[in-house]
Design a protein around this ligand. Sequence first.
Ligand code: FAD
Length: 355
Amino acid sequence: MSTKTVHVKNCLLGYGYASLIAYHKLLKTNNHEDILILRNENSTPIFSIEHEGTRFSPLPIFPVEESELYNSDLFDDVPKQDPISVSFSELTNFNYKDHSIEEGSLASFMLSNQGIDQRLCLGLKQWGDSMLSKPFSQVQDKIKRHYISKSGNTRIGYVNGKSIFKYAINKLNPEVLNYSNIQKIDIEKKEVHTNDYIIKYEKLISTIPFHYLLDLCGLKHNHNTDFASAYFYFFKYKTGFKENQVVYDCDFNSDILRVFSIKNDFLLAQLRSDKHGQIPVEKIRKRVQELAPTIEGLEFAQELFVPMCYPLELITEPSTLESIARLKENEVVPFGRFGEWGYSDLHELDWSNIF
Ligand SMILES: Cc1cc2nc3c(=O)[nH]c(=O)nc-3n(C[C@H](O)[C@H](O)[C@H](O)COP(=O)(O)OP(=O)(O)OC[C@H]3O[C@@H](n4cnc5c(N)ncnc54)[C@H](O)[C@@H]3O)c2cc1C
């Protein structure tokens, strides 16, 4: 089959929330024909999953009420929702002195911050034992931004089981080109080569994992690409737990990190991802019942494992920094949590970078 050539002003590589919101923002100064999303048909974004005919957002992607993004026109026509309500179970079976904590590790950072002992218990469940020795510098950064600094961080919950980002982007009708494989990106010629197309762009905004982008561009990198996963069990129930309630489980012997009610009859339990495939459903069902004793008719629905969820270390390595500079010189903008390899939420991204 012959290769077709496409010309476009703004090419968005990746089809997640960051790309779709970028598409919406670019529409202010561009027409639909000026923007094209390239979507890998083999790696679908996890916007929602289906259970018995109903769609749910599996990831708790909650906008921040105080943020510029939430107050922008992206949310003009979106149903209003209240903030989530958060509670913590009693800290049990946990004493930080039982753990050998190395200087410079995420655990030692947490302990040096007042009142964070409970967070260390939750942190160990979320990040596993390596946080006792490794810095997890991205996580430290996120804690400073979100919890130690006093900037507003009120999280707006789901509407009818869906992230309200989902409602916001539903009104878009983006131009999307599916591809099965990218052969290379020629940053000097400003071309993306797929199996079937050559896309000639003026600007390339990439939300695919950063090291994959550098490989495609033939640029060097040697930074730490470790990432953490997320693991969920979903349960349906009849009554007894309100929509957008969140309970953090501070019993160190429990494999649950937190429980979210997605709807008045459906919830998710986020579990220790280092125990993927080893956690008995009945153990989790019983513990959810203890955490929310008013729940009636709790029944397992399905599980979900999402491998790449959180980048862990900051990029400080010289060859990667040099490659970032090369990308910038050539109108390539890495963007988003995986695109920039930064443990960020959507409201923290610098949207001015895409223009
Ligand atoms: C448990 C959990 C809770 C979260 N809570 C929040 C929150 O409250 N608020 C918030 O703003 N964010 C939250 N996030 C983060 C949220 O998931 C991201 O902000 C959002 O999904 C980022 O969108 P993105 O487009 O950058 O990435 P994604 O939606 O993951 O999109 C990346 C794109 O890259 C593509 N891709 C991946 N690998 C490849 C590959 N090898 N080749 C080609 N393409 C590839 C994907 O298919 C996708 O198109 C949370 C995440 C998790 C896991």
